[in-house]
Design a protein around this ligand. Structure first.
Ligand code: GNR
Ligand code: NI
Length: 169
């Protein structure tokens, strides 16, 4: 296993649309293992392959406090969604930034596991948020895209400031 570097905004590679996975081989298992290690190391609850510059439709998540409920989804598709919730989101590609985003409360997702077997996941609450956030990454979309241009500008200015402070610290 190895830690992978995480792309940070405004890296244009975060805007890449990921391609479907066709080969459920050793390199896919390796990618998923590396993504889990990278996510756990960064204390994230989710990670999309896009964020580690692999443009394939793969995401990992673990919402448990004990960090012992790994979920890997390959080629995920939303079958159904309903309701809505507002959740304060963060993103490993926007370190230190948080903003409220409105998303579906519940999702039913069809995907494949790392071996290519079809699975269906029903999620609500924070896991539903996480899956929607990760699936957006696979489309080249990020959470600040949902904010008003004013809010987005304010947030990105904050990111800039934090980076400048970190650089001179
Ligand atoms: O670690 C993460 N936390 C988080 C918090 C609220 C909503 C979504 C997330 S996902 C994020 C990790 C990440 O950037 N995944 O793409
Ligand atoms: Ni993210």
């Amino acid at each position: 296993m190895s830690l992978l570097p995480i792309l940070e905004f405004p890296d244009p590679r975060l805007r890449t649309r990921a391609a479907p996975v066709h080969a459920f081989d050793a390199s896919l298992q390796q990618l998923v293992a590396d993504m889990f290690q990278t996510m756990y190391d960064a204390n994230g609850v989710g990670l999309a392959a896009t964020q580690v510059n692999v443009h394939q439709r793969v995401l990992v998540a673990d919402m448990s406090d004990e960090r012992n409920r790994p979920l890997a989804l390959v080629n995920p598709q939303i079958l159904e969604k309903d309701g809505s919730q507002v959740y304060q989101e963060g993103c490993l590609s926007f370190p230190g930034l948080y903003a409220d985003v409105t998303r579906a409360l519940r999702v039913r997702v069809r995907a494949q596991d790392v071996h290519g077997s079809e699975i269906t996941v029903e999620a609500d609450g924070p896991l539903a948020v996480c899956i929607q956030h990760e699936m957006d990454h696979l489309e080249g979309k990020v959470f600040v895209d949902y904010l008003s241009s004013l809010k987005r500008a304010l947030l990105l200015k904050r990111l800039d400031k934090q980076r400048k402070q970190a650089a001179t610290a």
